[in-house]
Design a protein around this ligand. Structure first.
Ligand code: PLP
Length: 382
């Protein structure tokens, strides 16, 4: 959507190379690991696991190779497999569903709340069956699911909860961190996430020692001690280079998230009176760390073209809901089977928001939305 010949002036996200001081610190950490030649597990990964567990307020963090592996191994550790149903909101990145498929369980894709775009208690209550073996709430865009009622329903039904916190690093819900509320929580450290490495990475956090121990075994061929394989696992370890990069960035996470919240407030105020509907404020005090700043607009595709012409990048997270993708056509869920998710998919638009975003960039985004709104009003009047 960028103008021919050059990228947008205001990008959707910013990478570490745009921050020279941080970049130097990260290069030092990479050099330290390279000089130690300890690339797999080891001291760097263990140190990151301790620091991330402490940050999240849980007893254990297990470093893994991606968020998708964190979800898949988390499900396995909870005993989820063939014959069991897993409740997943259809408004998520496809990885949440893939993890369920990977362990051979049945996917129960459900609709979401029109205001929060997340799983809610009403939908969850209607979605539980005899076969439900796990619930995976997704804190999409960095907005906390209303976890109080979700946990009440799950506990009453004796169903474990695995949080997909891959977009919500550091968000809080009634004082507790994302991922620390359910039985376990899963994170991705894909570069563009609120806490991102320089490649793929992930983690599972929990205060349940048995879950942590099982995931530790599964991530490295069920090996304990060396060449003694106590169960069938896989290769899904966080590598030491990623751990070193993440250790530099973790102490900045709260400050970056605070900056994201402040930018979201500024954008929300400045977008008043335009054709876009900014994210609704939480009703239950739940946090939002704005991995994405997602607005709704009934003429979304025309809006995006207008933004591109005015040098403003935008995205759609996600244009095709999971149940409507070719990958999941075998679920046989036709058009309108999950009306809220499908309506959102046609109206949502992610606007630029990232730590370090300048006041001018915020103004450029808002000016572009305002000029689109004016032209839309003129078009309607014509
Ligand atoms: C990024 C993401 C994942 C998967 O993480 P990877 O590290 O890319 O495997 C899972 N769920 C959600 C909601 C995500 O945004």
């Amino acid at each position: 959507m960028a103008r021919p010949g050059r990228g947008p002036e205001v990008p959707l996200a910013r990478m570490d190379c745009a921050d020279p001081a941080l970049f130097e610190e990260l290069m030092d950490a990479v050099r330290r690991v390279a000089e130690s030649a300890a690339f797999t597990l080891g001291a760097e990964v263990e140190a990151f696991e301790r620091e991330f567990a402490s940050y999240c307020g849980v007893d254990h963090a297990v470093g893994l190779s991606s968020g998708t592996e964190a979800l898949g191994l988390g499900l396995r550790a909870l005993g989820v497999g063939p014959g069991v149903e897993v409740v997943v909101p259809a408004n998520s990145f496809i990885a949440t569903a893939e993890a369920v498929s990977q362990v051979g369980a049945s996917l129960r894709l459900v609709d979401v709340d029109p205001d929060t775009h997340n799983l809610n208690a009403d939908v969850l209550e209607r979605s539980l069956t005899e076969r439900t073996g796990c619930i995976v709430p997704v804190h999409l865009y960095g907005r906390m699911v209303e976890m109080g009622p979700v946990m009440e329903i799950a506990r009453a039904a004796a169903v474990p909860v695995l949080e997909d916190a891959c977009q919500a690093h550091g968000a809080r819900y009634q004082g507790r961190r994302a991922g620390a509320i359910g039985d376990a929580g899963c994170f991705s450290f894909y570069p563009a996430k609120n806490l991102g490495g320089w490649g793929d990475g992930g983690a599972l956090i929990t205060s349940n020692p048995e879950i942590a121990d099982r995931v530790r075994l599964l991530r490295s061929h069920g090996e304990r001690p060396r060449y003694n394989h106590v169960l069938r696992g896989t290769t899904a370890r966080l590598d030491a280079l990623q751990a070193a990069v993440l250790r530099v960035k973790l102490p900045q996470l709260d400050r970056w998230n605070e900056e994201r919240r402040a930018l979201a407030r500024a954008l929300t105020t400045a977008l008043a009176g335009t054709v876009v509907d900014p994210p609704r404020p939480a009703q239950d005090g739940g946090d939002h760390v704005f991995h994405q700043f997602v607005v709704r607009c009934s003429t979304r595709d025309r809006l995006r073209e207008h933004l591109a012409v005015h040098g403003v990048a935008s995205g759609v997270h996600y244009p095709v809901p999971i149940h409507r993708t070719p990958a999941y056509s075998d679920l046989g869920m036709g058009a309108n089977s999950l009306p809220t998710v499908e309506r959102l998919a046609s109206e949502i638009c992610s606007l630029p928001l990232y730590p370090g975003m300048s006041g001018e960039a915020v103004e450029q985004v808002c000016r572009a939305v305002h000029t689109f709104s004016v032209s839309a009003v003129e078009r309607d009047a014509a």
